[in-house]
Design a binder for this molecule. Structure first.
Ligand SMILES: *Cc1c(COP(=O)(O)O)cnc(C)c1O
Length: 227
């Protein structure tokens, strides 16, 4: 099993490198987040043994348990799933990053609950970039106001945005949605916000995301296998 995780990781790193080369980007400019949701702590340990340090978890309770089990390893944990009010304390106390903030109220709670002995929580705002109806994420028109408000919170550090678009029918449509996200990311920079993270792209669409400027791909299946 350890061999397969390390082989898979190697393949994903190669995909990232090739995708960067195809559009003349530096492969070091794209961070790989290994999404370990539903996978046992052993799988995370296997990935760590193969040099992977950053891990993403969707389900907070599950993530916190794994974080405790692996506290002896120098891992960086990212919360990438929905955060309800009653879970903000657990997130603030256990994670280094949150990609999935879509309301000011949640951001305020995370800031207030971030322990003073930890560095600020690194955060991205989740944007509903393709306008899907039942999806989480702030609407594009409301992004800038939310970003300005979050940037003012003392124990958070606003890093950028995150998107989870619906699978699109073809490569061109996938790229078009990622391009919208790229434009929104640029609009934050143009508004004077000091952001550096465009979190987009998963197993199926990481090449398209990288072509459109992603700086962080979140990959589960291609590393750990089917959930
Ligand atoms: C599950 C998940 C991923 C990883 O998806 P794969 O298709 O398995 O690579 C990335 N981001 C989020 C928010 C997820 O929930």
């Amino acid at each position: 099993m350890s061999t397969s995780v390390s082989t898979h990781l190697e393949k994903v790193r190669k995909r990232i490198k090739l995708a960067c080369e195809a559009v003349d980007r530096d492969a070091n400019a794209v961070k790989l987040l290994a999404v370990s949701k539903t996978m046992p702590a052993q799988a995370v340990q296997d990935a760590y043994a193969a040099g992977q340090l950053a891990f993403g978890e969707n389900y907070i309770q599950e993530g916190v348990e794994k974080i405790a089990l692996l506290a002896h390893l120098p891992l960086e944990w990212h919360c990438i799933g929905p955060v309800q009010s009653n879970k903000t304390k657990l997130v603030a106390e256990n994670f280094a990053w949150v990609h999935s903030i879509d309301r000011l109220k949640i951001a305020e709670r995370l800031s207030a609950q971030r322990p003073g002995n930890l560095p600020p929580l690194q955060v991205c705002l989740q944007v509903n970039v393709d306008g899907g109806n039942n999806k989480s994420g702030v609407e594009s028109q409301e992004l800038l106001a939310l970003a300005h408000a979050v940037a003012k919170l003392p124990h958070l550090h606003l890093r950028g945005i995150m998107t989870i678009p619906e699978p699109a029918p073809n490569e061109a449509a996938t790229r078009a949605v990622h391009h919208q996200a790229k434009l929104l990311f640029e609009s934050l920079k143009n508004a004077g916000l000091n952001v550096d993270t465009l979190s987009m792209g998963m197993t199926a669409d990481l090449e398209a995301a990288i072509a459109e400027g992603s700086t962080c791909v979140r990959v589960g299946t291609a590393i750990f296998g089917q959930r």
